[in-house]
Design a protein around this ligand. Sequence first.
Ligand code: TGC
Ligand code: FAD
Length: 394
Amino acid sequence: MAVKADLFQSPDYYLLDELLTEEHKMVRDAVRSYVKREISPIIEDYAQRAEFPQQIVKQLGELGCFGPTVPVQYGGGGLDYISYGLMMQELERGDSGIRSTASVQGSLVMFPIYAYGSEKQKNHYLPKLASGEMLGCFGLTEPNHGSDPSSMLTNIKDAGDYVILNGAKMWISNAPFANIAVVWAKDEAGVITGLIVERGMEGFSTPTTHGKWSLRASATGELVFDNVKVPKENILPGVRGLKGPLGCLTKARYGIAWGTIGVAMDCYDTALRYAKERYQFGKPIAGFQLQQKKLAEMITEITKAQLLVWRLGVLMNEGKVTPQQVSMAKRNSCEIAANIARDARQMLGGMGITGEYSIMRHMMNLESVITYEGTHDIHLLITGMDVTGLNAFK
Ligand code: TGC
Ligand code: FAD
């Protein structure tokens, strides 16, 4: 089953386009056209079959969606954070799984190599990751340590020119198809260390996770390390401690803050069009007050969220942003998108549960997005700690 023709029209109630540069609009429009042309026609089928559309890796590389803020000398786009946000908005408007692939590659694999890697690692990996010749994944979460990554058990032991890596990571996006994994493990002193593990290293496997009802077009898997010999030159030399992986998460969470607004926009746009065309009791359902309430609240929340992420992007560009500000935006965008998707689905009545429209797929995807990169509760507690100065995690 394919989604009906992609008729998406982007809502811009407060004329926010006026805040964008020509470059921002060009980048946004290029990704929007790509999604209409290459993603919308195929995504429902891939999601129904729970299959990862592998062809997107090369396509996203060619489009510049991998590491858009990484400098051009390493194959990145050299763009600012608003361009990056707009790219994520458009990709996630197509499907959260597509944005996930780009988030992981750009923010969780290229960013740590760029920010913490040696010059040799940057020159070797970044251009191939940027072009989509190589796909990467990011291993932080473990079977028994999700929200609390500092308690991880995955570990490395010194063995001369190598370290010996043991442990397991779970819920890893891109894992089944990844050529490399940026893995976080504790050294013998218990300090969290980042290393690049390559497919083909003996003792390293990536079993696929089956049976998901969410992000079905994204490949998820485990990373299993059984005495893997990783050369010391694969260790990221520039960071030690939990701030390493958390620094990457700040970049990816920023992308999600924009991306999930794309989902909200798609659900709103679909529901608005449907409500104007669907007649009951002799008139379009858009003419009933109950449906107008839903639509009016949707566009209000979308507009507020658009303003929030635009300002966040400015703070990112100016280097003034705090991780806590990013948490607030990730949480807010996920929440409004989930509420809007649910209301939009109801507005389509029975049709809303089918794959003829994107809403139900978005709704199910959001259950992952609201959970990964820090759960909804964790981001609330981050804000709570920031404003009170008191830690409610432990
Ligand atoms: P805590 O003591 O607070 O912090 C340890 C060190 O890290 C620093 N830090 C950050 N640095 C940069 N960015 C951030 N967001 C940071 N948050 C904290 C902090 O300043 C400290 O630095 P230092 O120099 O003092 O050592 O750590 P904690 O153990 O108390 O944990 C805090 C908590 C719970 C907020 C954190 O662990 C957390 O965020 N948990 C959620 C875990 C999570 O988000 N996992 C995501 C896994 S990856 C993923 O889901 C990818 S899905 C991708 C996709 O498909 O799109
Ligand atoms: P838990 O941490 O066990 O949380 C369970 C519940 O307890 C949640 O509701 C949580 O909010 C709550 N909770 C936990 N601690 C507290 C507290 N202190 N106070 C109040 N409530 C609390 N990880 C990666 O490393 N790389 C990836 O690429 C990746 N991709 C993913 C893809 C998908 C599809 C999914 C679903 C997950 C992915 N993850 C990835 C893992 C994701 O980051 C974790 O699922 C997430 O961080 C939550 O961890 P958990 O599932 O172990 O839940």
